[in-house]
Write a protein that binds this ligand. Structure first.
Ligand code: CO8
Length: 257
């Protein structure tokens, strides 16, 4: 499939998706989101893909939803088309997905990064929810996910003032897993993604599902869920292979079964 707003590349078991609207700092419009969703659907059904990396340019991961596309939207149109609901498909993608963020990740860009499983940031990354400056508020999970990542006080301040957080503050606050030099970002994201993709895919998917459960349930329910999924792993060939390989002092050969 040809894409106009993203670039897609498969490197071994890792799919690299690069947001590609440089003239608009990768502002997210409907076509870009439709292409991203289509690409993710293909990766989902492609057994050869074990992990996805989502990135932008050195200047911008994404500077938000496309304000020019949104500016004339009426309430009735927004309501009837259920505007934005299809935008958070990334959060329902079942395989691991890593955001590699350099430059601006603002508004919908910050929300998109937070829909990924974790964020690796370049030293020049800037995160923010500036929607209030446009007379709206975050609409793709920003008020909810940012609060869970960084806590109420910082999330409230960012959403109410629109101020940006730099990479060091984002790491301190738990928004990003790690900060790396800009010229190493993509290489490091690919290295991490390759490592994940070398493990058993079903086990990685179940691990992701279990960690995500922590955001949606009580501790007791979450631990019960984890236990059930953990038990089910003993029905996989990859558990047998992984543990036998350890005992036999050799590298495991996971078969994703
Ligand atoms: N939408 C449309 N165009 C944009 C956007 C955007 N969000 N951001 C930048 N652009 C365009 C500019 O209009 C400009 O285009 P042109 O050259 O045609 O005038 C080009 O990109 C370059 O931008 P600047 O000249 O402004 O570049 P600067 O380096 O001077 O400034 C900034 C960079 C600070 C990032 C600045 O562009 C900016 O403030 N952008 C808007 C940031 C913003 O407010 N984002 C929030 C948008 S609202 C939103 O995201 C709601 C979320 C909804 C859910 C989304 C689901 C995933």
């Amino acid at each position: 499939m040809g894409y106009e707003n993203i670039r897609v590349e498969k490197r071994g078991r890792v799919a690299l998706v690069t947001l590609n609207r440089p003239k608009a700092l990768n502002a997210l419009n409907s076509e870009l989101i439709a292409e991203l969703n289509a690409a993710l659907a293909l990766f989902d059904s492609d057994d050869k893909i074990g992990c996805v990396v989502l990135t932008g340019s050195e200047k911008a991961f994404a500077a938000g939803a496309d304000i020019k596309e949104m500016s004339s939207l009426s309430f009735v149109e927004a309501y009837k088309t259920d505007f934005i609901t299809s935008w958070d498909q990334v959060s329902r993608f079942r395989k691991p997905i890593v955001a590699a963020v350099a430059g601006y990740a603002l508004g919908g860009g910050c929300e998109l990064a937070m829909m990924c499983d974790f964020i690796l940031a370049a030293e020049n990354a800037k995160f923010g929810q500036p929607e209030i400056t446009l007379g709206v508020m975050p609409g793709a999970g920003g008020t909810q996910r940012l609060t869970r990542f960084v806590g109420k006080s910082k999330a409230m301040e960012m959403c109410l003032t629109g101020r940006m957080m730099d990479a060091a503050e984002a790491e301190r606050s738990g928004l990003v897993s790690r900060v790396v030099p800009l010229d190493e970002l993509l290489e490091e994201a690919m290295r991490v993604a390759e490592k994940i993709a070398d493990f058993s895919l079903p086990i990685a998917m179940m691990t992701k599902e279990s960690v995500n459960r922590a955001y949606e349930t009580t501790l007791a329910e979450g631990v019960r869920f984890e236990r059930r999924v953990f038990h089910s792993m003993f029905a996989t060939d990859d558990q047998t292979e992984g543990m036998n390989a350890f005992v036999e002092k050799r590298a495991p050969q996971f078969k994703n079964s």
